[in-house]
Design a protein around this ligand. Structure first.
Ligand SMILES: Cc1ncc(COP(=O)(O)O)c(C=O)c1O
Length: 244
């Protein structure tokens, strides 16, 4: 258990990267991951992203790759099956690690659930990162790392050096929610409510603004990207007000 995804990213960065190492990262991507990698003195190399997630054919040689395969942040693509295999083959070839940041996979709408990338990993190359920030609250600061067995002891020691452990009271409360089934019921309820909000948003953007707005990445997660291609800049505030 870690203090939100952010501590997980920080531990990965400090344990896996030395100054001058290379880290591959989705571009555009999650800035707080990029900054954690840069803070170690590593070089961060961009991997271009399209509608199917990061272009795994463009992965540079690197010590680790950071990715959001369930719902690319921010563009929203879901990493295609062939690319998942390509990414794992890349990691095996370079003895590199893949950080799978699964920050909002509880919210999946018109598509079937996809198993985590880590479930396909037979080589101990994928570090899975989850969080309660999108299901309960980002103020809780509860996240978790599932690391390959070979790394477990080093991560446990580094976590202990960093802050001994994450707060017990919050962890026990979360454990009770999970054990009683209340967490699962809560997530189902929130997913239904978010599905309604999402439908209203998509209807407003695509029907009311047909042709002027292009929406991408709406299959999963808590956000969509709307390209306001045909919208005059002066109307942008109207969109913000209407969304609220
Ligand atoms: C890509 C990504 N990862 C992780 C998180 C969650 O971070 P944390 O668990 O530190 O609150 C977010 C939150 O917005 C995010 O966008």
């Amino acid at each position: 258990m870690v203090n939100g995804s952010q501590q997980g990213l920080d531990l990965c960065a400090r344990l896996l990267l030395d100054p001058g190492d290379r880290a591959a990262m989705e571009d555009p991507g999650y800035l707080l991951a990029r900054q954690a990698f840069l803070a170690t003195g590593a070089e961060v190399l961009p991997v271009p992203v399209d509608a199917e997630g990061p272009r795994t054919d463009a992965l540079p040689e690197a010590r680790l790759a950071y990715t959001t395969p369930s719902h690319q942040f921010p563009l929203g693509g879901v990493l295609a099956a062939g690319r998942r295999r390509e990414l794992l083959a890349w990691a095996a070839r370079h003895a590199a690690f893949v950080i799978e940041d699964d920050y909002d996979s509880e919210y999946r709408f018109d598509i079937a659930p996809i198993p985590p990338l880590q479930a396909m990993d037979g080589e101990g190359r994928v570090i899975y990162l989850g969080t309660a920030s999108k299901t309960l609250s980002p103020t809780l600061r509860l996240g978790f790392l599932v690391v390959p067995a070979a790394l477990a002891e080093a991560f446990a020691k580094a976590k202990r050096l960093s802050d001994r452990h994450s707060p017990s009271l919050e962890q026990e409360a979360l454990a009770a929610l999970i054990e009683t089934g209340a967490y699962e019921r809560h997530v189902r309820r929130v997913r239904r409510r978010n599905a309604e909000r999402r439908a209203a948003l998509l209807a407003a953007l695509t029907e009311a603004e047909a042709g002027a707005v292009e929406v991408v990445g709406s299959d999963a997660g808590l956000h969509v990207v709307a390209w306001l291609n045909g919208v005059p800049r002066a109307r942008e505030d109207d969109f913000v007000a209407a969304a609220a």
